[in-house]
Ligand binder design. Structure first.
Ligand SMILES: [Zn+2]
Ligand SMILES: [Zn+2]
Length: 744
C-alpha cells in the first residue's frame, strides 16, 4: 500500500475540518551562469550541482547587478545556495573580498558553517565569531577569515563598538547575508534594523558599500521587510522554482464536547491518536507541540496506544539536549530506526532533519511561516502528510472554519519600527560612541537618528558632531530583545541561569510572585519578584495549573497621528499612555481552565507610552446596545476578538498586544475601543491594524459568526490574558456592532 493509502483510513470523521492535496511541482531550472568562477563551478559539480533553480539564477543575477536582494521562497527551496552563489563567486574572484553572515542563533550559524565547509572551496575561509569563540582565536579570525558567521548580538556589542579591530574587514566588506530575516520582526527586528544601519555606516566610513542579501520564509511583505531592516531597497525574488512533492494537508479539530460552552476534546489526546495511528502504519512522523509538558504527554499517550515494539521506536525530543544527542535522534529518525518523535517547537528552525512522511503541528505555532516550516519536514521527496490539530484558541478555531485564510491568503506581514525612540536612542548613543555623529550619517542611520541625538543623555555636541561623553561603551546597555533598559532578569534559582528578560511594562503581569512562566517549552513558577534588584527568581515547576493576572488598565491619548473615516466611524492611530496595575492573579487548571484560587497581589502601577489604534462607534452602530452593562460587554468582546485575529495580519503574538474598552473614555467623551502595542514605543503592530482595518474587522466578524458556542467561549471572545478575567463579554453584541460597521 502507498503512504497515501495508509493514512487515508485515518483521516475520516467529524474531526476532519479540511483536507486538501497541494499539487506536485516540477523544478524549473536554469544553467549555471557563464560568469561563475571556474573553481566554484568545480566545487558545485563535486556536490552534484550542474544547474540552478530559476529563482537561484535570478538572485545571482540581481546580486551581480550590484543591488540588494531578498529571497522569499518556500521551505527547502534552496535559498541558501541563492545567496551563497554570489558571495562565494566574489570571494573566489577577489581574495580581498569579505562577507558577513548573520544568523539569529548559534546553532544555525554552525549548520551553515558546516555546509560551507563541505563545499571544499579553497578560496573560502569561513569562521564563526560569537560569544563562544575563545579570545585567542578572535584575532586570528579577524585577520584570516573572509567569511565570518555571527549573530546580531555579537555584531552589536562585540564587533561594531570595536570596529578599529575590524578596519580591514569592513574596508573589504562586499556582502552582508541576513538569513531567516522574518525572525527579525517586532522588538528584536526593530533593534536589528538599527544594528544593520550602524554596520552600513561604519562600512561607509571605511570606504565600503556592502550589498545585503536576505532570505526569509514566505511572508506578505518581503520587500518592505528588507527595506525596514537595512534602510535600502532590495530586489524581491519570490517565484519558487524548486520541485515539490505532493503534500496532503489535513486540518483536524478535536470534537465538540459541549456546544453551549464551546468546549472541545483535548488537542493533546487527538494528536496522540493520530501519532499512534501513523506510526502504527510504519510512517515516520514528527509531532510539534508548544510546551515540553505537552510533548511528553503526547509521547506517553501515543506509546500507550501502540504495541511494545512500536512504542520502543518513539521518542520525545526537546530543548536541553546536547547537539550530539539531537543529531543522534535525527539520524535514527531519518534512517527509520525511530518512527515517531514529539518535539517542542523550540527546536531550532531551519535545520534540516531529513525526509519524514508526516508532520503534526499541535496548536497553531503563531505564524503561518513557522507552521509551514514544521510542515516542511514531511514529504520532501515523496508524498507527505501535514496536519494541524487545533487548540481551543480563537485563531486556531478560525482557521478550522476558514481554511483558505491559512492555506491560500497571504496576509501575514513581518513588521518592525527602527525609529521607535525607545529602541533608537540606545543605537544613537552606540553610533556616537563608534564615530562622531553628523548630518551626513542620516543617509545610513536615517534622519530620525539625527533628530534624536539632542535628546540622548551623555551625548555632547562638538565641532566634529555628536560624541559620546559617557564612560563605558553604551551598546552593552542596550538589550536587543526589549524596548526598555528597565528590564527584569528571569533567573532559574536551581541553576543560576538567566532564562530571559521581562520588560518593565509586562513584568508585573507575567513574572509576579506565583506566576507560572514558560521558557523554551518548560514550566517554571516565580518564587520572588524583587523590584529593587529587578530579578524574578523562578524554579522548575511540574504542577498542572497556569496563572492569569487580574489588572486594572487606563489609557490616555497623548497624540492623534492619523484620523480617517473608516467603516462608518472615526478611526484613529496615535500615541497613548497606558497605566496598568496588577491587583491579583488566578490559578487555573490546565485540564479544563477552571479557577482553582484567586490570590491578591500588591504591586505598584506601571505606566508606558505606546502606539494604539482606537475607534468610537457611531450612535446608529450601537442602537439597542446602549444599556449597561450590555454596551461595555459588547465593546469588550469586540476588543478581545480583534486582538485574537490581529496576529493573522501582523506577525506577532497576542501577548504582544493589549486592549482597553470602555463605555465612556475621558479623552473621547464616548464609548471607545483601544488596541495597543504591548511594547513601549510601539513596533508597528497597531499601525498595521490601522492600515488593514477593513480586512481585520471582516475576519473578526467571521470569527464571531462562526463560533458554535452560545454566549462566548475561549475560541472566540474569551482571552487568556484578559485583565478582567473575562467578565463582561457579550458575543452577540460584539457581532452586531462589527456587522453594522462592515455594512456601512
Ligand atoms: Zn465561542
Ligand atoms: Zn478583557
Amino acid at each position: 500500500m502507498t503512504a497515501t493509502g495508509l493514512w487515508d483510513e485515518l483521516l475520516v470523521g467529524e474531526e476532519l475540518a479540511h483536507l486538501t492535496t497541494e499539487p506536485a511541482h516540477d523544478a524549473r531550472t536554469a544553467p549555471l551562469p557563464d560568469s561563475l568562477q571556474p573553481t566554484l563551478r568545480q566545487a558545485l559539480a563535486g556536490r552534484g550541482i550542474g544547474e540552478l533553480y530559476v529563482h537561484q539564477a535570478e538572485a545571482y543575477a540581481a546580486a551581480r547587478g550590484g543591488g540588494n536582494v531578498i529571497v522569499t521562497t518556500g521551505t527547502a527551496s534552496g535559498k541558501t545556495l541563492a545567496f551563497n552563489l554570489p558571495v562565494l563567486d566574489a570571494l573566489a574572484a577577489d581574495r580581498h573580498a569579505r562577507a558577513l553572515y548573520l544568523y539569529p542563533t548559534k546553532a544555525l550559524a554552525q549548520d551553515q558553517a558546516r555546509s560551507l565547509g563541505e563545499l571544499g572551496l579553497a578560496a573560502v575561509r569561513a569562521a564563526i565569531y560569537d560569544g563562544d569563540t575563545p579570545t585567542e582565536r578572535r584575532r586570528q579570525i579577524r585577520g584570516w577569515a573572509n567569511l565570518v558567521l555571527t549573530n546580531p548580538d555579537m555584531l552589536h556589542i562585540g564587533v561594531l563598538p570595536r570596529h578599529d579591530l575590524w578596519g580591514d574587514f569592513l574596508h573589504n566588506l562586499q556582502f552582508v547575508v541576513v538569513d531567516e530575516a522574518h525572525v527579525y520582526r517586532g522588538v528584536f527586528g526593530s533593534h536589528v534594523a538599527n544594528v544593520l544601519r550602524r554596520l552600513r555606516r561604519l562600512a561607509r566610513i571605511y570606504g565600503a558599500e556592502p550589498q545585503f542579501l536576505l532570505a526569509s520564509a514566505t511572508i506578505a511583505n518581503a520587500g518592505e521587510l528588507a527595506r525596514a531592516l537595512t534602510g535600502e531597497d532590495a530586489t524581491v525574488v519570490e517565484d519558487d522554482a524548486a520541485p515539490r512533492a505532493e503534500r496532503t494537508v489535513a486540518l483536524w479539530n478535536p470534537p465538540l464536547l459541549d456546544a453551549e460552552l464551546g468546549q472541545r476534546a483535548s488537542a493533546l489526546g487527538e494528536a496522540s491518536l493520530l501519532l499512534a495511528g501513523l506510526v502504527g502504519r510504519g510512517l515516520r512522523t514528527i509531532c510539534f507541540t508548544k510546551s515540553r509538558k505537552s510533548a511528553e504527554l503526547i509521547h506517553r499517550f501515543a506509546s500507550d496506544r501502540v504495541d511494545a515494539t512500536t512504542a520502543a521506536r518513539l521518542a520525545p525530543y526537546r530543548a536541553g539536549y546536547t547537539p550530539q544527542q539531537r543529531r543522534g535522534i535525527e539520524r535514527r529518525l531519518v534512517e527509520g530506526e525511530l518512527l515517531g518523535v514529539t518535539s517542542t517547537d523550540a527546536l531550532e528552525l531551519g535545520i534540516d532533519i531529513g525526509d519524514l512522511d508526516c508532520a503534526i503541528s499541535v496548536g497553531f505555532p503563531g505564524t503561518v511561516a513557522s507552521l509551514r516550516q514544521q510542515w516542511g519536514r514531511a514529504g520532501r521527496r515523496g508524498h507527505g502528510l501535514a496536519i494541524l490539530v487545533a487548540s481551543e484558541d480563537a485563531l486556531d478555531q478560525y482557521f478550522m472554519r476558514e481554511p483558505r485564510a491559512l492555506l491560500q491568503r497571504r496576509v501575514e506581514a513581518a513588521i518592525l519600527d527602527h525609529a521607535n525612540p525607545r529602541v533608537l536612542d540606545g543605537h544613537v548613543a552606540a553610533a556616537a560612541f563608534e564615530a562622531p555623529l553628523d548630518g551626513g550619517d542620516a543617509a545610513t542611520l536615517g534622519p530620525e537618528a539625527l533628530e534624536r541625538a539632542p535628546h540622548v543623555p551623555e551625548l555632547r555636541e562638538t565641532k566634529r558632531g555628536w560624541v559620546w561623553a559617557g564612560k563605558e561603551a553604551p551598546a552593552a546597555r542596550v538589550p536587543l530583545r526589549s524596548t526598555s533598559a528597565d528590564t527584569f532578569l528571569v533567573v532559574d534559582a536551581s541553576t543560576g541561569d538567566v532564562l530571559g528578560l521581562a520588560e518593565q511594562e509586562r513584568a508585573y503581569s507575567t513574572v509576579h510572585e506565583g506566576a507560572v512562566y514558560l521558557h523554551l517549552g518548560r514550566q517554571y513558577v516565580v518564587r520572588e519578584l524583587d523590584l529593587v534588584t529587578r530579578r524574578a527568581v523562578v524554579e522548575p515547576f511540574d504542577g498542572d495549573w497556569y496563572t492569569q493576572a487580574k489588572k486594572e488598565t487606563e489609557t490616555s491619548i497623548e497624540e492623534r497621528l492619523r484620523v480617517e473615516r473608516r467603516l462608518g466611524l472615526e478611526l484613529s492611530f496615535g500615541r497613548v499612555s497606558v497605566t496598568e496595575q496588577v491587583v491579583a492573579y488566578q490559578k487555573k487548571a490546565v485540564a479544563d481552565g477552571s479557577t482553582l484560587a484567586t490570590i491578591p497581589l500588591e504591586l505598584p502601577p506601571s505606566t508606558f507610552d505606546t502606539e494604539a489604534v482606537w475607534f468610537v462607534p457611531r450612535p446608529h452602530q450601537l442602537e439597542g446596545l446602549e444599556g449597561m452593562p450590555l454596551l461595555l460587554s459588547s465593546l469588550h468582546a469586540a476588543e478581545h476578538a480583534l486582538i485574537a485575529l490581529l496576529p493573522l495580519w501582523a506577525m506577532c503574538d497576542r501577548w504582544d498586544i493589549g486592549g482597553l474598552s470602555t463605555n465612556l473614555h475621558l479623552d473621547t467623551g464616548a464609548p471607545t475601543v483601544f488596541v495597543y502595542d504591548g511594547h513601549a514605543g510601539g513596533v508597528g503592530i497597531a499601525a498595521r491594524g490601522f492600515d488593514q482595518f477593513e480586512g481585520w474587522v471582516a475576519d473578526t466578524a467571521e470569527l464571531l459568526a462562526g463560533c458554535p458556542c452560545e454566549r462566548g467561549c475561549p475560541s472566540c471572545v474569551q482571552s487568556p490574558k484578559c485583565g478582567n478575567l473575562n467578565e463582561f463579554l457579550d458575543k452577540a453584541g460584539a457581532l452586531t456592532l462589527l456587522r453594522r460597521m462592515l455594512a456601512t
